[in-house]
Write a protein that binds this ligand. Structure first.
Ligand code: GRG
Length: 323
């Protein structure tokens, strides 16, 4: 496979990545239900339309690309990982639909378009998210071979997206917001321990809320390639470091990014007084830390040798993203 073609401005959307994105886009479109005449055995057209609206056209497909690249880096055909890559994007898409709902972030704009509940309605958005989540696991169960590898992928994705992963991180983040605005709903456990530093709390929330779904693709890609433990560990470390660097860059884009490129409102987190890396470390120190994490990620995959070159390029390119 050719090395990642990163354009002069450092955009992650070089030729090779665009090619992977196109494969993912096509497969996603095939897996998603079609908008067809209502019948008892097909997906209701409104639901199919909302699932397609929120999932197709617009995402960077980073989670899918990480999965395909991990399989490739372990010496296996990346197309074997396409079903897993699509499952990851469906879980990601569900999380964004639900995150945008009035009960959560209450956002109107996502990927430069109206959010799902604004384009359709709240109930349809909830159901579209639910259907994407369940379809993701159906795809893994039916399309990944052999069954033992499918089971491993299902376990990785369930852990990463569930109560101890992304959903748990979202809950902890909401509680933190309630506490800082005096709307504490007295959770059973004070998950943000008094003695823990603010940065530690922030990091532990992000590790679950966004980090786990960025690490899972590497682990699933390695599982599909039936990689040795040394590779699995190296890719997991890479995933954790890149996941945190990605989040720091996301916080920086909220401060410095352009709304037209990001396709969502900027400055929202800052104005809401949310806990972010620039808030605690400042812009320069945050950027420096993201760079350090990318370097750590690059070092971690040394055992993969030249096969890891695309992942190394991606780690560097993510630091320059503008969307
Ligand atoms: C509601 C169950 C539930 C979970 C929500 C992931 C998440 C948890 C919320 C997303 C909030 C958010 C915007 C976090 C910042 C990092 C992030 C996940 C950004 C969006 O991911 P990208 O940039 O999006 O990969 P695209 O559109 O490119 O797919």
């Amino acid at each position: 496979m050719d090395a990642v073609n990163i354009s002069a401005d450092g955009s992650v959307l070089g030729g090779y990545l665009r090619q992977l994105q196109e494969h993912v886009e096509r497969s996603l479109s095939n897996y998603l239900p079609r908008v067809s005449k209502p019948s008892e055995t097909t997906c209701p057209p409104r639901l199919a339309s909302a699932m397609r609206y929120s999932t197709l056209d617009g995402g960077k497909r980073l989670r899918a690309i990480l999965c395909l690249m991990a399989t490739d880096a372990c010496g296996c055909e990346s197309k074997l990982a396409l079903p897993a890559a699509c499952a990851l994007e469906m879980v990601h898409s569900y999380s964004l639909i639900h995150d945008d709902l009035p009960a959560m972030d209450n956002d109107d704009l996502r990927r430069s378009r109206l959010t799902c509940h604004r384009a359709y309605d709240e109930a349809t958005a909830i159901l579209a998210g639910d259907s994407l989540l369940t379809l993701a696991f159906e795809i893994l169960a039916c399309e990944i071979k052999p069954e033992a590898v499918a089971l491993r992928c299902i376990t990785i994705l369930a852990e990463a997206s569930g109560a101890i992963g992304m959903v748990g991180g979202q809950m902890a983040d909401l509680e933190l917001g309630w506490r800082s605005t005096g709307k504490n709903r007295e959770p059973d456990y004070d998950c943000a321990s008094e003695s823990a530093g603010e940065l530690f709390i922030l990091e532990s929330i992000h590790a679950r809320k966004t980090g786990q779904l960025l690490c899972a693709p590497l682990r699933m890609g390695a599982a599909i390639a039936r990689a040795p433990k040394e590779y699995v560990d190296a890719l997991s470390y890479y995933g954790k470091a890149v996941g945190l660097a990605f989040q720091i860059m996301d916080d920086l884009l909220d401060v410095e990014g352009e709304e037209s490129k990001l396709g969502k409102r900027v400055g929202k987190d800052y104005h809401l007084g949310k806990w972010t890396y620039p808030r605690f470390l400042g812009v320069d120190e945050s950027r420096h830390w993201a760079q350090q994490l990318a370097n750590e990620a690059i070092l971690a995959i040394a055992p993969l040798g030249p096969n890891g070159d695309n992942l190394r390029c991606l780690a560097r390119a993510l630091l320059k993203r503008d969307r």
